[in-house]
Write a protein that binds this ligand. Structure first.
Ligand SMILES: [Zn+2]
Length: 479
């Protein structure tokens, strides 16, 4: 995401959490040679994974492998009829489980093809199958409809299902939690899945989503747009954009010689984006040379008259509001590596996305006549100790309103420049590339980046540097 930075310091203590704590988990080895009496009976799965900043999001007991989202949308009335089919895997026997869904009316839920009962508890959709789900694969189908909600974030910004200013459609934006306004989901960045979207809209209306456009077929009255996302994707990066768009289908050549298809959707009322569309392949190749091969199967952009005040790195096809500039293009494209492909597990590691995307802007600017990253660092370091840049530390905040603050962006990028100054440019470049390639399509935490930096550089004592830049509440000294 790129946006104006809020200024809300938070100094509450951080509670480190284990990755995806699962209640009722029984290690396989513990079941060997034991009687069934020693095993727990099927029970309800916990409602939460315990994310540091959004403890109510995500669900324990299972993971989603694939989302098949089938939407029929009427732009004039903003009405949605939807069926989402999830292929999931239970970690243990489940008498019931939760999905995240805010708003809309649930009409039916089936589990493995059999009707299930459900209740709504806030944004939790609690599903009780007719018989407990056995450990292993299971399928869920949720049929639902209504007017999807916009969701207001702790920092006051708007996400979720956002209707366009001209009323020609809507764009779904999901960072950090908005995807639950249109997809019943395991709404945590730690659970990535592949996706299919079938979006049915009136003829003459376009529908964009993530992944590759497979078909758009009309029955004479309406058109179904089918998109397939075969690359694992976190829920917050899913998007659908519906409206009157100019669609551009092109291809570009990656630095390795392969072809990358590009599908871009631009609302003509936002003005010309010809320059940005011409620049996109150059930005991708620039970043490929620094970060490694482009991690997606396609690229593009969505530019819509949705006045949320920020751009968002929706996977493959970032969203831009009015006034798409080069900085946002470079930033959101860099997220395709850092954030979308290499995805944080817990929201308090957001600097792993925003610090890196900001640093990519510094690299671009420096290569195009602007200040060097070292000069950008020095200019920021000159800010007084009272600046919001230094509070709270990037991985030491617990107020979700601080998620998109200057510490995540600028201080995150400064962390990378401080590392570069310490280990040298060659090792720094290796670290950036190996981080992208070794964790491609995966989930990460900050300590893994620290370990990689120490491994690549052969320096065993970078913990002081990372503590100063990521954990010290205040201005680091001595740089
Ligand atoms: Zn960003």
């Amino acid at each position: 995401m790129s946006s104006p930075q809020p200024d809300r310091p938070s100094r509450r203590a951080l509670h480190r959490r284990l990755r995806r704590p699962i209640r009722g988990w029984v290690p396989v080895v513990a079941t060997l040679g034991l009687t069934a009496a020693l095993l727990p009976a099927a029970g309800p799965a916990a409602a939460t994974l315990g994310d540091t900043l959004f403890p109510g999001q995500g669900n324990a007991g299972y993971e989603v492998r694939h989302y098949d989202v089938d939407l029929t949308y009427a732009p004039d009335t903003n009405h949605l009829d939807a069926v989402t089919h999830l292929r999931a895997r239970a970690f243990t026997e489940l008498a019931s489980f939760h999905l995240d869904l805010e708003g809309l009316t649930v009409e039916a839920v089936t589990v493995d093809g059999t009707d299930a009962t459900w209740t709504r508890q806030g944004h939790e959709l609690v599903v009780t199958p007719a018989t407990a789900v056995a450990r292993g694969r299971f399928d869920v189908t949720v049929t639902y409809s209504g007017t999807p909600l916009e969701h207001t974030d702790p920092d006051g910004s708007t996400e979720g299902w956002v209707r366009s200013d001209t009323g020609d459609g809507a764009t779904a934006l999901g960072e950090p939690v908005g995807t639950m306004t249109w997809v019943p989901s395991d709404n945590t960045p730690g659970d990535k899945a592949t996706w299919t979207f079938d979006i049915t809209v009136p003829d003459g209306t376009e529908a964009a989503a993530n992944g590759d456009l497979v078909s758009h077929d009309s029955d004479g009255a309406s058109t179904t747009w089918t998109w397939v996302q075969d690359v694992p994707m976190a829920t917050y990066l899913a998007t659908v954009a519906i409206g009157q768009f100019d669609m551009a289908e092109t291809t570009m050549t990656s630095i390795r010689g392969g072809e990358i298809p590009i599908w871009s959707f631009v609302d003509p009322t936002v003005g010309s984006t010809a320059d940005a569309q011409a620049l996109l392949p150059k930005v991708i190749r620039f970043e490929e040379r620094r970060f490694g091969p482009y991690p997606g199967t396609s690229a593009g952009m969505i530019v819509d008259d949705v006045d949320v005040g920020y751009a968002l790195e929706t996977q493959d096809r970032p969203f831009y509001p009015y006034g798409l500039g080069t900085g946002a293009l470079v930033h959101e494209t860099a997220h395709q590596w850092y954030g979308d492909s290499v995805t944080l597990t817990d929201w308090h590691d957001i600097w792993l996305a925003e610090g890196f995307a900001t640093y990519a802007q510094w690299l671009w600017d420096s290569a195009h006549g602007g200040a060097s990253p070292a000069a950008r660092f020095r200019a920021l370091y000159a800010k007084p100790a009272s600046s919001s840049l230094w509070h709270p530390a990037p991985v030491k905040f617990t107020d979700p309103a601080d998620l998109f603050g200057a510490p995540s962006y600028q201080r995150g990028a400064m962390t990378l420049q401080a590392l570069r100054a310490r280990v040298g440019g060659e090792d720094f470049s290796r670290i950036l590339r190996r981080w992208a390639t070794e964790h491609r399509d995966g989930n990460v935490r900050t300590h893994q980046f620290e370990a990689l930096a120490e491994q690549v550089s052969g320096r065993r004592h970078l913990d002081g540097l990372f503590d100063d830049w990521l954990r010290l509440d205040g201005k680091p000294r001595g740089y």
